[in-house]
Design a protein around this ligand. Structure first.
Ligand SMILES: [Zn+2]
Length: 461
C-alpha cells in the first residue's frame, strides 16, 4: 500500500540510497516504479520526482507519485535510474542473439539483411507479447547486382524491372523497410528506391560500387549504413586509387566536408555509422584475444567463421593505413555530430567480434569519442532510433501509451555511459528479466553449439 509517508521516504531517501544489489521484481502486472531518476529521452535529460505506472505491457502514466492510484503495488527503485530500452539500428539477427540483446538493455533491433523466410518467422516470434527477445523490425534480404555478395542474405537482380519486382515481392511478404546493397547498379538502385517509396517504405543503403553518398542522398535515400559512400563523395578523384578515408586525417578539407554535412543535415538522412565494426576489423586482423570476457558467449562455429573470413594478419604498413582510415572516419563522424546530423547507433552484430548487445554498448561509447555527449547518445539510442525504425508509436520514450520497455540501472548513464552496463532489470513489454540469467542462457548456448551450426553460419551469410 502506498502512503504519502512512504513516497516521501522513497523520494528523499534516494540520494542517500545505494541501488539495491538485487532488485525485487513486481508480483502483479499492475504496479508503479517509484524513487528512480528517469532519463527522459524527449528532452534528453534526467528528471526527478516522477513515477512510472505500468499495466501489463503498457506505460499507463508518468506522474508525480501522489497522483498514482490508491493502493497500487510499488516497485521500490530508489537509488536507481530508469530509461527506455535501447535500440540497435543495424543487426543481422539469429535466434540465439535474443538473450544477449536483452541482457545488454537492447529491447528493439532492426535486421538490415537476412534470408526472407527466416527473418519474417523470427519477427513473428520476437514480437509476440511476452517474448524473451527484443522487438524486431526487418528489411528482408539485401538487394544486389550479380557479383560478390552474401549467399543467403543477398538477393540478386540484373535489371531495373527485376529490382522493382523484388521490392514488390518483399513488400507483399511484409518487410518493414528496404535495404539496397553494395554492388547494386545505378539503374537498379534508382528503380528500387522509387518503387519502395511508392510503397511508403524507407530505404537504407550500403554504398560501394556505384553511387556515392551525395548521389544516393540526392536520389532520395533515407539512410546510409557504415558511412559508406562518403569518402567517395568527398574525394571522387581518389576513388580509383582506393584511398578512401586514409588521407582525410592529414588534410581535412573543410569546405568539401561542410557542404556534404550540410546536405546530410538538410535531408535528414539516418546514419548508423557502425564505428564498432571498423574498430573490430582493425583488431580482428591481429590474433584473437582468447581471454576476452565476451568469448564465453561466442558459439565456436561463429569463432571459426570469423577466423576463416577475417583472421588474416596485417602488416605494419597496412596497420598504419587502417589507423588513418579510422581517424578519417572519426573526424567526419565528429563533423556530422557537431552539425546535428541524425547519427544513430548500430552494431552490425554478429560480425567480426561484435557480439549482440555488447556491440551496441561499445558503439555508444565510440560515438562519444566523436563528440556525442552521453545524454545525446542515450537519446539517439532511444527516441531517434525509434523514429528511424518507424516504431515511435511503440517505444523510444517514457510516455503514457508506450510499451513498457524499460531499463533499471544502478548508476547514472548521463554521468557516464559505463553505467549503462550496470543493468539491474530489463523490462520488455512489461515482462521483467534479470541480465545475469539471460547471460547464463547465452553461455549454455555457446557451450552446446554443434557442427551443424558451422555449416549454417557459412551458408547463412
Ligand atoms: Zn550489416
Amino acid at each position: 500500500m502506498i502512503t504519502s509517508e512512504r513516497i516521501h521516504q522513497i523520494i528523499h531517501g534516494r540520494r542517500a540510497h545505494q541501488a539495491p544489489a538485487l532488485l525485487r521484481h513486481p508480483e502483479t502486472d499492475r504496479y508503479a516504479l517509484v524513487g528512480a531518476a528517469l532519463f527522459d529521452s524527449a528532452i534528453g535529460n534526467l528528471r526527478e520526482g516522477l513515477a512510472i505506472q505500468v499495466a501489463g505491457a503498457t506505460i499507463v502514466q508518468v506522474c508525480p507519485p501522489h497522483e498514482l492510484p490508491e493502493g497500487i503495488p510499488i516497485v521500490d527503485v530508489a537509488g536507481c535510474y530508469v530509461m527506455p530500452g535501447l535500440i540497435d539500428a543495424h543487426v543481422h539477427s539469429e535466434d540465439w542473439h535474443a538473450p544477449l540483446y536483452l541482457a545488454n538493455g537492447v529491447t528493439t533491433v532492426r535486421d538490415v539483411g537476412c534470408a526472407l523466410a527466416a527473418v519474417l518467422a523470427r519477427r513473428k516470434q520476437w514480437n509476440a507479447p511476452a517474448a524473451a527477445a527484443p522487438r524486431l523490425v526487418c528489411c528482408g534480404p539485401l538487394l544486389d547486382s550479380p557479383g560478390k555478395t552474401w549467399r543467403a542474405m543477398g538477393s540478386i537482380v540484373s535489371s531495373p524491372e527485376q529490382a522493382v519486382a523484388m521490392v514488390d515481392r518483399w513488400v507483399a511478404a511484409g518487410v518493414d523497410q528496404i535495404k539496397l546493397y553494395a554492388s547494386l547498379n545505378e539503374a537498379c538502385f534508382r528503380a528500387a528506391l522509387q518503387r519502395a517509396h511508392e510503397h511508403g517504405k524507407l530505404v537504407l543503403a550500403h554504398l560501394q560500387d556505384c553511387l556515392d553518398a551525395r548521389a544516393a542522398i540526392e536520389a532520395g535515400v533515407d539512410g546510409i549504413e557504415h558511412l559508406s559512400g562518403f569518402a567517395e563523395a568527398l574525394w571522387p578523384e581518389r576513388r580509383a586509387a582506393g584511398e578512401g578515408w586514409r588521407r582525410l586525417w592529414a588534410e581535412l578539407e573543410r569546405d568539401r566536408v561542410q557542404r556534404l554535412v550540410e546536405l546530410v543535415v538538410a535531408r535528414g538522412v539516418w546514419l548508423p555509422v557502425t564505428r564498432v565494426v571498423w574498430h573490430r576489423l582493425d583488431a580482428a586482423w591481429s590474433p584473437f584475444d582468447p581471454d576476452h570476457p565476451e568469448n564465453r558467449y561466442v558459439p565456436w562455429p561463429l569463432e571459426v567463421w570469423w577466423a576463416l573470413h577475417y583472421g588474416g594478419v596485417m602488416s605494419a604498413g597496412e596497420r598504419v593505413e587502417w589507423s588513418r582510415a579510422l581517424a578519417g572516419m572519426q573526424l567526419f563522424t565528429a563533423a556530422l555530430i557537431e552539425a546535428g546530423a541524425r547519427v544513430i547507433p548500430g552494431s552490425d552484430a554478429p560480425f567480426i567480434k561484435v557480439m549482440p548487445g555488447f556491440g551496441l554498448q561499445d558503439e555508444l561509447e565510440l560515438l562519444c569519442e566523436c563528440g556525442m555527449a552521453p545524454a545525446a547518445a542515450l537519446t539517439a539510442a532511444t527516441r531517434l532510433a525509434a523514429q528511424a525504425l518507424e516504431v515511435s508509436h511503440l517505444v523510444g520514450t517514457l510516455e503514457a501509451g508506450k510499451q513498457a520497455d524499460l531499463l533499471v540501472l544502478a548508476g547514472d548513464p548521463v554521468a557516464s555511459l559505463r553505467n549503462l552496463r550496470k543493468i539491474l532489470a530489463v523490462v520488455r513489454g512489461g515482462v521483467w528479466h534479470r541480465p545475469e540469467l539471460l547471460l547464463a542462457q547465452a553461455v549454455r548456448h555457446a557451450a552446446t553449439a554443434n557442427f551443424a551450426e558451422l555449416r549454417r553460419f557459412d551458408e547463412f551469410y
